[in-house]
Ligand binder design. Structure first.
Ligand SMILES: Cc1cc2nc3c(=O)[nH]c(=O)nc-3n(C[C@H](O)[C@H](O)[C@H](O)COP(=O)(O)O)c2cc1C
Length: 336
């Protein structure tokens, strides 16, 4: 066996040359940790403990396929004790027809599960004095809280898209006053600029999810869906698909906000365009606040195959996260 290994080393040496390192802005510290350690990477949110700081970002619901996707995601999230957001639960506000698509409490066990609504539906419920409908919806899916997604550019690109009359921050403040449940606010893949982030950090939210630019882009997706764009009529709106902020930019703004301002929310889900768990880990190392790493499309790809495929991805991610925790650090020489 040892002889075979030595022979492999000789043969594979020339195929194993590296060019530039990809440290994601961190430093590699090989001298400081044992190799057989099992670092604690647990993460607290909504009074519960995730075994790893990993979040399955909100995706789907409301179609037949969504049911199996959600069950696969929740089953795998439950086994690994990581958190999960459901896709928009709008259809459950007025009907139970699609409740089965979202009923994954059994799969996720007592893990962290958040329901999801768009800002337009939240505004409508508030204007109609029907916030109780949101509370009922949370009970139906046995969620630990509500994620509100704010996606003006995506909505604008859809002819049937929702419009809202008030600024999202006004609506979110009213929701906090009226809803007795933890709230997370997110974008859907274009990130959040610094003033908006600051306003959110000043509110008593459970967390802010970045949903940053660089991965799935719904403005682009909606432009691809609609005839007006396809026939070239709305060419001047195409630029909006490239508007947004990456998670790296947002980490810097959060750090600046935390340094200068008094905040009520200092917990984050770093998501949107996270290319690998080590990429996510690097951003988590750089943010000066508790943070989990979220991904959507990477899990969707596996959930379309099977629950086992999602489980395999998550366990690889946990393995990589633990290894990164031992050997990849933020440089203490940074500010010299
Ligand atoms: C198929 C699909 C459906 C989505 N639906 C929702 C949704 O209902 N609500 C929401 O807040 N975000 C939704 N998102 C956005 C994701 O939560 C996430 O913010 C975005 O995809 C960026 O993450 P990614 O680059 O890892 O895919 C959806 C994403 C995908 C891929």
């Amino acid at each position: 066996m040892s002889e075979e290994r030595k022979q492999d080393h000789i043969e594979l040496t020339f195929k194993s040359q590296t060019a530039e390192s990809q440290n994601y802005g961190l430093v590699y510290e090989p001298m400081l940790s044992p190799l057989d350690a099992d670092p604690d990477i647990s993460f607290d949110i909504v009074g519960k403990k995730l075994k790893a700081p990993i979040w399955v970002s909100s995706m789907t619901g409301g179609t037949a396929k969504a049911k199996s996707i959600n069950k696969h995601l929740a089953g795998a999230a439950g086994k690994a004790a990581i958190g999960m957001g459901l896709g928009s639960c709008r259809s459950l506000l007025d009907s139970n027809d699609r409740l089965e698509d979202f009923s994954v409490r059994e799969q996720i066990g007592d893990g962290v599960l958040f329901a999801n609504l768009g800002i337009a539906q939240v505004e409508q419920c508030i204007l109609d004095t029907q916030v109780y409908k949101i509370e009922e919806m949370l009970k139906k899916v046995q969620a630990d809280g509500l994620i509100v997604h704010v996606n003006p550019l995506q909505e604008y690109m859809q002819p049937e898209g929702d419009r809202y009359k008030q600024s999202p921050i006004t609506t979110i403040k009213r929701l906090i006053d009226e809803l007795k449940a933890p709230i997370i606010v997110k974008e859907v893949g274009q990130g959040i600029g610094p003033e908006s982030l600051l306003e959110l950090c000043r509110l008593p939210l459970e967390a802010i999810e970045f949903a940053a630019f660089g991965g799935t882009n719904f403005t682009k997706l909606e432009q691809a869906r609609h005839d007006a764009f396809k026939s070239g009529k709305k060419g001047e709106l195409l630029d909006f698909a490239t508007i947004g902020h990456t998670a790296a930019e947002m980490v810097e703004w959060v750090n600046r906000i935390l340094k200068k301002d008094k905040v009520l929310c200092d917990k984050f889900i770093i998501s949107g365009g996270i290319k690998s768990i080590v990429h996510g880990y690097s951003l988590r190392e750089k943010i000066n606040a508790p943070a989990a790493i979220g991904m959507a499309s990477a899990y969707l790809e596996k959930a379309l195959v099977s629950q086992g495929a999602v489980e395999d991805l998550i366990s690889e991610q946990i393995e990589a996260l633990k290894l990164a925790t031992l050997f990849l650090k933020r440089s203490s020489f940074e500010n010299d």
